[in-house]
Structures are given as structure tokens and as C-alpha cells.
Design a protein around this ligand. Sequence first.
Ligand code: NAP
Length: 289
Amino acid sequence: MISSKTSFIALIGNPVSHSLSPIMQNAALQYLGLDLIYIAIPCKDEDLELVLNSLKKINCKGLNITIPHKEKVFNLCSEISPIAGKLKAINTLKLNSKKEWSATNTDVEGFIYPLKTLNLTKKDSIILGSGGAARSVIQGLINLNFSTISVISRNKSSLDELIKNFGCQIEIQGLLNNDNRAQNLIEDADLIVNTTPVGMKTTKNEEITLPFGENFWRSLNSKSIIYDLIYNPAPTSLLKFSAEKGCMTIDGLQMLVAQGLKSLSFWTDGLEVPFHIMNDALKNYLKNK
Ligand code: NAP
């Protein structure tokens, strides 16, 4: 029950109305029996500093940060974890003992979660897209001891930036999506991760396509695992297409839940919630939508 003593955790972004975090975090907070609720607060760029400074003064116990503020919050935080510093992106904040924001990023742990039980050491991977999520995916693949990473993207400048940032840690190459070498890479890849938003459910009645078009996928075979970061719709067109080819498929819901569990643990100094509590809440919500 919400009372006059109830505190809150908030998601700060713009837009936030589509976010599933309130559904899964409130299920977890209820499971823990904490007098805490989770809400979503839309916040424009120009208001970010004022909003974050104001939230320090009231009964706010922590924050999630989403698009477009993941990089902009850096100079509003007094402590930054090594992983957030390395990724140049923050997704979780809590107040430290001096009532200043302490920041981390839980996306890498979220991404790794569904892959942990598979033996992927020395395997070859492909990442589609070179935006913010690709950075967490690269770091995750490095942590899992993959042998090579090929990032395929339509954006040369962000590709070059990624290769520059991660090139000293793993054998990584960047290719534009119309590069002929992409077909050989797809044929041989052990894991292909889609980090582009292509295939996401939109309000428009668009025809849903595969990232870079169907022809791009012509050499896919059943040996590759296909991991789509998108969780709505489930399955995406890419995952349906890949399953028909006999591939193992992973959708983005597990990553969403796993990063949420890690954020909750950060806010509550180590409390743990079973994965199924958040996962079931999301599945029920999406089924009835
Ligand atoms: P982002 O920073 O905007 O990066 C998106 C990347 O995809 C960029 O390289 C972009 O290229 C490329 N792209 C966009 N539209 C494309 C198109 N039509 N064809 C080919 N490439 C295209 O976004 P992000 O933060 O990385 O997020 C990407 C996706 O991952 C979103 O769908 C997001 O919901 C999902 N995600 C899921 C989770 C989870 O927990 N499951 C977590 C994080 C992200 P340009 O630079 O040329 O636009």
C-alpha cells in the first residue's frame, strides 16, 4: 500500500511512456515487501540538471536513466563505476552517503545473462548496429572470451569510433552493411546480435522487415545463435526467420529483466529477486496488451 512514508525509484528519459521497467520493478519491489514504488518521469534535455538535483532533496532512492540522457548524466554524478566509465553510458543511479549520485551501468550483465550457460569461448560473433547498445554487447562478448567480433553497420563514423575504443581488447573489425565480406561472416558466425531497432513494434502500421533486408540473411545457417535485443514484438521477424532456418534464438526480454535485477540490487545494497518474478510480470503484461 502506498502511504505517506513510501519512497520511490524513477526512470528518467524522453519518451518513457513505452517503458516496461515500471511493470517489472514494481512486481519485484512488491515481492521484497519494501515501502518503495517505481515510476517513470519524462524529462527534457534542458530540465535534466534541475530534475536530478531536485530528486536528491526528496524521498527518491534511485534512478534508471534511458535515452537520450545516458551520456548526459555523467557530469551530474560524483561517483562513476569503472564499467559505466568504460561504456561512456550510465543507466542506474543511487544516492551515496553524501547525498550525491553514484552511477553504474547494468546493461553488460543483462546482455550476458542468457549466454552464460552456453560455452562460447573462442567463438566468432557479429553485431548489427553501432549505437549505444552495441557498446554493452561488445563488452559482454569480450567478458565471455569470444575470439572475434565483426560489427556491421550503416554508420561509418560510429563504427570507426567503436573499433578505436575496443580494438586493443579483442580482434574486432567494422564493416558497412553493403560490404561483400558480410556473407562469409554470416555463414561462419557462432552468434549474431541485432542491436538495430529494425523489427521493433511501432505505432505506425509499417511492414516489419529484417535488419538490412532479407537478402542480407541469405547465407544464414542453423549453426548460428541469433540474439535480438528487441523484446516487443516477441518473437521479432528476425527471430521467426532464424528459427525457421533451425537457429537457436534469444529475445531481448531476458536482457531487460537481468539488467533490471542488477539495478534493483544496486539500489537496495545487494537484495536479490528471483528472475521469474520480473519475467512473469512482463510476460503477463505483454500477453494482455
Ligand atoms: P542507438 O544508439 O540509436 O543505435 C542504433 C543503431 O542501429 C545505430 O547504429 C543505428 O545507425 C542503427 N540503425 C537504426 N535504424 C536502422 C535501420 N533502419 N537500418 C539499419 N541500422 C539502423 O540505439 P541503442 O540504444 O543502441 O538501442 C538499439 C536497440 O536495442 C533498440 O531497439 C533498443 O530497444 C534495444 N535495446 C534493448 C535492450 C534490452 O534490455 N533488451 C537494452 C538496450 C537496447 P545510425 O547511427 O545510422 O542511425
